[in-house]
Ligand binder design. Structure first.
Ligand code: PLP
Length: 377
């Protein structure tokens, strides 16, 4: 029997298996049905309607809850749908939210373009400094949203210190854990109410499905999230859940290789004369390296950003000369990508014009280094 005490490599393959698979399939079938026949008395067998629950979704949710060490994981059709669900159940009119100054632009867009209508205000603060977060708390603050490491400047927030602030002031705390994944960091264990993932990224790992996950321990919050998932209906399709379940089996192997590759690349680029700065929490020169080491004891992730000496033109020229790395948005897949972030950040750009984000894949690291070297030359 699989128990929470098993190693993550074992959980990633075996956890979540449902005991209603009567034929003993080793690979779960895809339950593409939207509806399920009822018992003669009208009661449900195991499932009723796929928006409310589906075996493939249930498997994937149970597996991710096991990997994260959470009581409950709730799956959505994208990372943004997962973020919107947390906002929906936590926020109320006239409340205030604190978000990182350097967070995924979609999170900011949701607050700026859609939640202002409900008189939800927000402040963007430098969460690398806990005192700055404390100073921005207002009586109406309802949620502190962390993203650590942040996208794209890899800023590190001290999750434990910030969740303590939340508890002291009766404020919900959530962490976008997409970059770290539960292999490196478990925000719920550090006191957060929500740990959220874009499963489009490392969990999927193959750049072929969108998805979002919210992990929680509190039963009251789990009930609200589950209710919202079924009511709003931004749920992943059974086939996407099947693909995600399959991808999760190799997630620990893939991610360890990605992190190791990223460390080698960050170290290489940090001494390159065409590079002005490397943002990577694994480097001792990172301003919050000590906190990163404390809360991410198993590694520092596979995303780094660099400032190319020069400006926008030099950044684009570098991206264009790469042959293995492709210039495309997103991250977490087996293939290495780069992106000029400022041009991807829509109406609220925050990144310097010479910043290129590097999402490291699982290719042979010497080939990646050679590609970077020829592009910088
Ligand atoms: N959070 C982070 C840190 C991201 O990088 C992204 C997407 O890039 C998202 C959330 C949104 O996820 P999705 O694209 O799956 O909606």
């Amino acid at each position: 029997m699989i128990t929470p005490e098993h190693h993550v490599q074992t959980l990633a393959i075996h956890a979540g298996r449902l005991n209603n698979e009567k034929l003993g399939d080793i690979v779960q079938p895809i339950h593409v049905t939207t509806t399920f026949e009822r018992n003669p008395d009208g009661s449900l067998k195991d499932y009723g309607y796929t928006r409310s629950a589906n075996p493939n979704r249930q498997t994937v949710e149970n597996k991710i809850a096991a990997i994260e060490g959470a009581a409950t994981a709730v799956a959505f059709s994208s990372g943004m749908a997962a973020i919107a669900a947390i906002f929906e159940i936590v926020l109320e009119p006239d409340c205030h939210v604190i978000i990182p100054d350097d967070c995924y632009h979609g999170t900011r867009t949701l607050l700026e373009n859609f939640l202002k209508r409900w008189k939800v205000s927000y402040d963007q603060v430098d969460m690398a400094v806990v005192a700055t977060v404390e100073k921005s708390i207002k009586p109406s603050t309802r949620l502190i949203w962390m993203e650590t490491p942040s996208n794209p400047q890899l800023k590190i927030a001290d999750i434990q210190a910030i969740t303590q602030l939340g508890k002291k002031n009766n404020i919900y705390t959530a962490c976008d854990n997409t970059f770290a994944t539960p292999l490196l960091q478990k925000p719920l264990d550090l006191g957060a109410d929500f740990s959220m993932h874009s499963s489009t990224k490392f969990f999927s790992g193959h750049s072929d499905i969108l998805g979002g996950i919210v992990c929680v321990n509190r039963a009251d919050v789990a009930t609200q999230l589950r209710g919202y998932q079924g009511a709003a209906g931004a749920v992943p399709a059974p086939f996407d859940c099947w693909l995600l379940n399959r991808s999760l089996a190799t997630f620990p192997l893939r991610f360890v290789r990605q992190c190791n590759n990223a460390m080698v690349i960050a170290t290489y680029l940090s001494t390159h004369d065409k590079i002005e700065k490397v943002f990577y929490p694994g480097l001792t020169t990172h301003s919050n390296h000590a906190i990163a080491k404390k809360q991410m004891p198993n590694g520092f992730g596979s995303i780094l950003s660099v400032l190319i000496k020069g400006g926008r033109e030099e950044a684009f020229a570098f991206a264009a000369k790469l042959t293995i790395f492709k210039h495309a948005t997103s991250l977490g897949g087996v293939e290495s990508l780069v992106e000029h972030r400022r041009s991807a950040e829509g109406n609220y750009p925050i990144s310097p014009d010479n910043l290129v984000r590097i999402a490291v894949g699982i290719e042979y690291v010497d080939d990646l280094i050679q590609d970077l070297a020829q592009a910088l030359d």
